[in-house]
Design a protein around this ligand. Structure first.
Ligand code: HEM
Length: 534
């Protein structure tokens, strides 16, 4: 009930007993004791409420302002604190201390989420799940903002508003709340074939995780690690759950959504409360820079995986979640992840989806969290010391000292030191080219990996995928939209397209000769970083 946060020492009362007694009393936000919080101040027992009633006005005003905007995507989530420790140091590849020093235990906050539904939607819907990790490293905060699927719907972030407008409830009636069964999603999907690979994952059981504890996570994009010599290595990040990867089946998800819409959130909370701490291994796929063009897809294309047969996943660290938040709003709701929260030794690539994300997260958080000072909130505050000339703004809670807030200055004890040593230095990638709005030819193949995914499925997994397409696409009211999606699936696998067509009332397409222009990769094996177990 009380919210004593600071400065209590300045108000120390001499008698401890009196102090304890004082603290048990209800007060206003100004600390004034309240005599009655059930009856407003009136002119007579049956008369109007008086403006003098500062307690009533403050109480209701605060309540009136309790809500902040929910996240524009990933609004529904659950979070927990934990620890990360590197087990197989990546010293050869990066200077990031949390990836190189096995003695260092790095605190983390992780938020799992669904994407399309609003804050109060059910957990067990067919959707992608967010898997966002904030590492509070001694070199600053590093955020790995990933999903439970290794690819994404679109190749360029400029399409994200279009995609999200198609996936979210429709604007005229706000239906459906959290479901893939609607016209706009499938209209977009049919018109935008780059979504094909991700839609295969979406229609698979991966979109129905049984538990957050049993879910893989992926950084999705290709990132860079940069070592002490300034040499860069491409990296894909993976989280692999120690409990294995498990899904619900469709009928279970439907029943659970009715009986316990908090199913995944509750499972995470209860497992941590009972000391059954969820764990993941951190895996990396490493690709030397010289192999950037050695694949039959573009490493910068977020609709592609790097097949693990080509580049094995090395397990290099362990994540444990061992503490639930104290307050959902303060921590899980106000946590702010951002791809641009990088530490020395980790850098980004020119993946055009990644590049747009670098803009979007900070931008949205400025409105969601009310101005530029949200990094001061306890859940966002780095453990590393913060010292700069950023000042003022809404919700400023730091009490900056001194006369001078600019660089350089020779007052107030001078400026914080600046030096490249130990600082974040962007990888000096060479860039050149005309300013154009054009996608590289190397992004053009939208089907090979969708086919690879389909072919890797067992018979019963294929059945589930077909059933999902039939259910979700079958709800689409426009026949031409169904036909277009089926025609698109024909580029993935003819049998799949025929089976879906039969279930959604459209004519089966003609068989095609599939040639997605696949060729075998020409990796420089000698340079290929080896997994410890190969
Ligand atoms: C939120 C993942 C693409 C914009 C999130 C969250 C995750 C995530 C996990 C939830 C963060 C949290 O728990 O607080 C991804 C992944 C993507 C992707 C893996 C593709 C690989 C994009 C793109 C954009 C975008 C392309 C925009 C151009 C946002 C926004 C939020 C968000 C605005 C809400 C952030 C907030 O309010 O704190 N995303 N996202 N995302 N994402 Fe993405």
């Amino acid at each position: 009930m009380t919210h004593h946060t600071s400065d209590d020492k300045n108000h120390a009362l001499t008698d401890d007993r009196v102090k304890a007694d004082e603290r048990a009393r209800l007060t206003t936000d100004q600390g004034t004791r309240v005599s009655d919080t059930d009856n407003s101040l009136r002119a007579g027992e049956r008369g109007p409420t008086l403006m003098d009633d500062f307690h009533m006005r403050e109480k209701i005003t605060h309540f009136d302002h309790e809500r902040i905007p929910e996240r524009v995507v990933h609004a529904r989530g659950a979070g927990a604190y934990g620890k990360f420790q590197v087990t197989s140091p990546l010293t050869e590849f990066t200077t990031a201390e949390f990836l190189t020093d096995p003695k260092v235990e790095t605190s983390v906050f992780v938020r799992f989420s669904t994407v399309a539904g609003s804050r109060g939607s059910a957990d067990t819907v067919r959707d992608v799940r967010g898997f966002a990790v904030k590492f509070y490293t001694r070199q600053g905060n590093f955020d790995l903002v990933g999903n439970n699927m290794p690819v994404f719907f679109i190749q360029d972030g400029i399409k994200f508003p279009d995609f999200v407008h198609a996936v979210k409830p429709e604007p005229n009636n706000e239906i459906p709340q959290a479901s893939s069964a609607h016209d706009t999603l499938w209209d977009f999907v049919g018109l935008q074939p780059e979504t094909t690979h991700m839609m295969m994952w979406m229609m698979s059981d991966r979109a129905l995780p049984r538990s957050y504890r049993m879910m893989q996570g992926f950084g999705v994009h290709t990132f860079r690690l940069v070592n002490a010599e300034g040499k860069s290595t491409f990296v894909k990040f993976h989280w692999i759950p120690r409990l294995g990867t498990h899904s619900l089946v469709w009928d279970e998800t439907q029943k659970i959504a009715g009986m316990d819409p908090d199913f995944n959130r509750r499972d995470l909370w209860e497992s941590i409360e009972s000391g059954d701490f969820p764990e993941w291994d951190l895996g990396v796929q490493l690709v030397p820079e010289v192999d950037e063009h050695a694949f039959d897809f573009d490493l910068l294309d977020p609709t592609k995986i790097i097949p693990e047969e080509i580049v094995p996943v090395r397990l290099v660290g362990r994540l444990v979640l061992d503490r639930n938040p104290d307050n959902f709003f303060a921590e899980t709701e106000q946590v702010a992840f951002h791809l641009g929260n990088l530490v020395p030794g980790v850098d980004v690539t020119d993946d055009p989806l990644l590049q747009a994300r670098l803009f979007s997260y900070l931008d949205t958080q400025l409105i969601r969290l009310g101005g530029p000072n949200f990094p001061q909130l306890p859940v966002n505050r780095p453990l590393a010391e913060v010292r700069n000339h950023q000042r003022d703004g809404y919700h400023q809670s730091a009490l900056h000292q001194g006369q001078a807030a600019y660089h350089p200055n020779s007052l107030s004890g001078g400026c914080p030191a600046i030096a490249e040593q130990g600082a974040y230095v962007h990888y000096p990638e060479h860039v050149a080219g005309p300013k154009i709005r054009k996608r590289a030819e190397s992004f053009a193949d939208h089907y090979s990996q969708a086919t690879l995914f389909w072919n890797s499925m067992s018979a019963w997994e294929k059945e589930h995928i077909v059933a999902a397409f039939r259910f979700e696409l079958g709800k689409v009211t426009h026949l031409h939209v169904r036909e277009r999606v089926v025609a698109n699936l024909n580029n993935v696998d003819h049998d799949l397209a025929v089976e879906v067509a039969q279930g959604v009332g459209v004519a089966p397409p003609e068989e095609k000769t599939l040639n997605h222009g696949r060729s075998s990769p020409a990796l420089s094996q000698s340079r290929q970083p080896q997994s410890p177990d190969t």
